[in-house]
Design a protein around this ligand. Structure first.
Ligand code: F0G
Length: 359
């Protein structure tokens, strides 16, 4: 692995597809940004942000979709589909367009951020808003997939998840094959935290790394079945029929990958915590103003969660921590504009402007 490049397909031999012609737009290769100012504020010596918003459609979903859609083509699928809180639909719509496949996306009506909706519509997917939440929409897509009507690209698809393992491969590569002490991930349907853990296990089994990180999951207060199961020492979750949070990406009450995620968190010696909407929004702003990194609310949950893990003594001040930020801030401009004040226009004369700058 010496001299290895970044990017999903740079790890081709670890991916479960056999092709020289993947459906790709250069996924992965996202920055692992040192964040000393925010780290100091949160009380950790070495904080890195793995910023998945830098992917082609602006979220980590592209790592999975490039592999999943390549597989769909290989299998001869004609119609691909997913349920989504937004990012999966944006990503699938783009990759389906590139592969020339028909694409259907089922979205919880009125609960998808504007940027994601625009992406799914503009890439030409059949956008189907449903009365219900993400979990209801996923149930329908799973039924259609079972009947062979669509090829499903939600995180029940193992090919998609294997693409997301590359987040772990890249983190190790970017740290010169050293392993972070803790990796903090926002959790919704729970596929990503499971996939990242599997990625670290892959490298461990291959003898490329000789330690494993602790995996930490963060959920929103109003959608936290995984956190409850971890806290109560349960083998499985109790679904929440009415999940609610400003971080619409993780507004999920019945995560399909729950059991895998619980194992990842427990086997690695990690933990899980919930954060309030206020904590999410203030972490989002802190990351933007202190480090210049603009992420969507769900992604900021990892930063808000880290603060709690440090306060609760789960993560120590002298540890090396990676927070995974999962989607770009421009995905959800409405939430941001609600907390920002747009100043009134003024005349473009230097004196007025100078006065305003000095204010
Ligand atoms: N962060 C963002 C920005 C997401 O879009 C998602 C999931 C997650 C975190 C959670 O990842 O589901 O693997 O635990 N979004 C899905 C979607 C559900 O439809 O876009 P997870």
């Amino acid at each position: 692995f010496e001299g290895r490049r970044l990017g999903v397909w740079a790890f081709r031999e670890l991916l479960p597809v056999n092709t020289d012609d993947p459906v790709t737009m250069s996924e992965g290769g996202t920055g692992l940004h040192p964040c000393p100012r925010l780290g100091e504020e949160l009380g950790v010596r070495e904080l890195f942000v793995k910023n998945e918003g830098e992917n082609p459609t602006g979220s980590f979903k592209d790592r999975g979709m490039t592999v999943g859609v390549t597989k769909a083509v290989e299998l001869g699928a004609e119609v691909v589909a997913c349920a989504s809180t937004g990012n999966t639909s944006a990503s699938l719509a783009a990759y389906a367009a590139r592969a020339g496949l028909t694409c259907a996306v089922l979205l919880p009506a009125g609960k998808v951020a504007l940027g994601k909706l625009a992406q799914a519509l503009f890439h030409g997917a059949r956008v189907i808003p449903v009365n219900g939440n993400f979990d209801d929409a996923l149930d329908v897509v799973k039924k259609l997939a079972d009947e062979g009507i669509v090829y499903i690209l939600n995180s029940v698809n193992p090919f998609r998840l294997s693409g997301q393992r590359t987040i772990a491969y890249e983190i190790c590569l970017q740290l010169d094959w050293e392993v972070p002490d803790a990796v903090v991930v926002p959790v919704g349907n729970a596929g990503n935290i499971s996939a990242i853990w599997q990625g670290f296990l892959d490298l461990y089994r291959l003898g490329i790394i000789d330690e494993l990180p602790r995996m930490y999951g963060v959920q929103a207060e109003g959608a936290r079945p995984i956190v409850e199961a971890i806290r109560r020492g349960k083998e499985d979750i109790e679904p929440d029929p009415e999940p609610e949070t400003v971080a619409t990406a993780i507004r999920i009450g019945n995560p399909v990958n729950a059991i895998k995620a619980l194992r990842a968190i427990r086997c690695s010696g990690g933990w899980a915590v919930e954060v309030s909407d206020e904590e999410i929004l203030s972490a989002q702003r802190e990351l933007a103003t202190r480090e210049g990194i603009f992420v969507e609310p769900a992604s900021a949950a990892s930063i808000a969660g880290l603060r709690k893990f440090v306060e609760e003594g789960e993560i120590d001040a002298d540890e090396r921590v990676v927070c995974v930020t999962t989607g770009h801030g421009l995905k959800d401009p409405e939430t941001v504009m609600e907390v920002c004040e747009l100043p009134e226009p003024v005349e473009p004369d230097p004196e007025t402007i100078q006065r305003l700058i000095a204010e």
